[in-house]
Design a protein around this ligand. Structure first.
Ligand code: FES
Length: 207
């Protein structure tokens, strides 16, 4: 298999040649996809859940090879799958995110309740800014809009969990707890979403 060059001259991940796409989904992922497809009128309708499978299978993000695999498996174009994936912020397209993704809501309610103080504490503790990943690949820090948990402001989303109201004094302990967690929260979140989708379909079958 020829090496796929991930960046073009403008730094944007380069689409693999369809002829060179290596399918990497595990047997479990293939079975999940087949089960999902039985619930959609056509393959195009399954783009979002298939992207979640891909995000889990490719380590918590969607490199060009993952986009290409989804395109091949759903018989759509690379551009169409990439267009969908880049529209939604919960898909991490092109570049890896840390084992733990910490999202800080800075929308109005959280802002009034001290979100920026929390953010500054996190930045100082991790040595990174919003949109960056620590050198050891453990943490990515993002600023996000309202997480729909304003009653818990200021609130963080840490991969698959909401934490709030959070206090500056809790940040150090939170970071240490996450650092000692060898699992990947970003992969876990993708897996939980895939399982929830499959479960929802099973419930529809029972009714
Ligand atoms: S403003 Fe932060 S969760 Fe709504």
């Amino acid at each position: 298999m020829e090496t796929i060059h991930l960046e073009n001259s403008r730094g944007r991940p380069k689409a693999p040649n369809p002829e060179q796409v290596e399918l990497k989904f595990s047997d479990q992922a293939v079975q999940e996809l087949e089960a999902l497809l039985t619930h959609y009128p056509d393959k195009k309708s399954a783009i979002l859940p298939t992207l979640w499978i891909a995000q889990r299978e490719y380590g918590g993000y969607l490199p060009p090879e993952a986009i290409a695999e989804v395109a091949v498996r759903l018989q759509r174009s690379y551009a169409e799958i990439e267009g969908v994936a880049t529209f939604y912020t919960m898909y991490h397209v092109g570049h890896p995110v840390g084992r733990h993704l910490i999202e800080v809501c800075t929308c109005l309610t959280c802002q009034v309740c001290g979100a920026y103080r929390i953010a500054e504490r996190l930045k100082a503790k991790l040595g990174i800014d919003f949109g960056e990943t620590t050198e050891d690949g453990v943490f990515t820090l993002e600023e996000v809009e309202c997480l729909d948990a304003c009653d818990r402001a200021p609130v963080l989303q840490v991969s698959d969990a909401y934490i709030g109201p959070v206090d500056e004094a809790e940040i150090d302990a939170l970071i240490e707890k996450l650092r000692s967690d060898p699992g990947s929260g970003t992969i876990r979140l993708a897996d939980e979403i895939v399982k929830a989708q499959l479960h929802a379909n099973e419930q529809r079958d029972i009714r």
